[in-house]
Write a protein that binds this ligand. Structure first.
Ligand SMILES: [Zn+2]
Length: 170
């Protein structure tokens, strides 16, 4: 038996996950408490943004891009450091506050879906130009919903949509 330092319950050892750096090789918090703490952290601004950066950083390594040619991989590659990512986020907040850079709707970090749900107003990282990867100039913060709608829409397509509207007087 071992006492969890969070919930203070005496629990069986199998209730603790392994943690190499501790004396007994186990985590100080039980599995349930660890999970709760992790989810609490994910719902803080720093936790959410950290998860988001990790997602962006690893995106190109996803299995579905494995056999993509290099020029396709380059479009999805992250060229910014964690520090730069957080700098960009601070700059975004100065300019837009907690709103989407494109739609202006409010964006939030206290959602359980950093990259899961694509239809809510959770903060999402977008490449303004989908043909370029995540660079300092190309990385913007939008809502999951906006990101989903924008997808691979290019500047040229936007111009064409506006042109078509004008031609039809819409
Ligand atoms: Zn516990």
């Amino acid at each position: 038996m071992k006492k969890c330092t969070s919930c203070k319950l005496d629990l069986e050892l199998k209730e603790f996950s392994k943690y190499k750096l501790s004396k007994d090789g186990l985590n100080k918090w039980c599995r349930k408490c660890s999970k709760e703490k992790l989810s609490l952290y994910s719902n803080t601004e720093h936790g959410y943004m950290t998860n988001l950066y990790r997602y962006v950083r690893r995106r190109v390594l996803q299995k579905r891009y494995e056999n993509y040619p290099e020029y396709e991989k380059a479009k999805r590659r992250c060229y910014i450091t964690r520090k730069e990512f957080f700098y960009l986020w601070e700059q975004h907040k100065k300019k837009y506050g907690y709103t989407c850079a494109l739609s202006g709707e409010s964006i939030v970090y206290n959602t359980s879906s950093a990259s899961g749900s694509k239809t809510n107003n959770g903060i999402s990282v977008d490449r303004l130009n989908p043909k370029i990867g995540y660079t300092l100039e190309n990385t913007i913060f939008v809502s999951n919903k906006t990101n989903q709608m924008k997808c691979n829409v290019t500047k040229e397509l936007c111009a064409a949509i506006i042109r078509a509207h004008e031609e039809r007087g819409l």
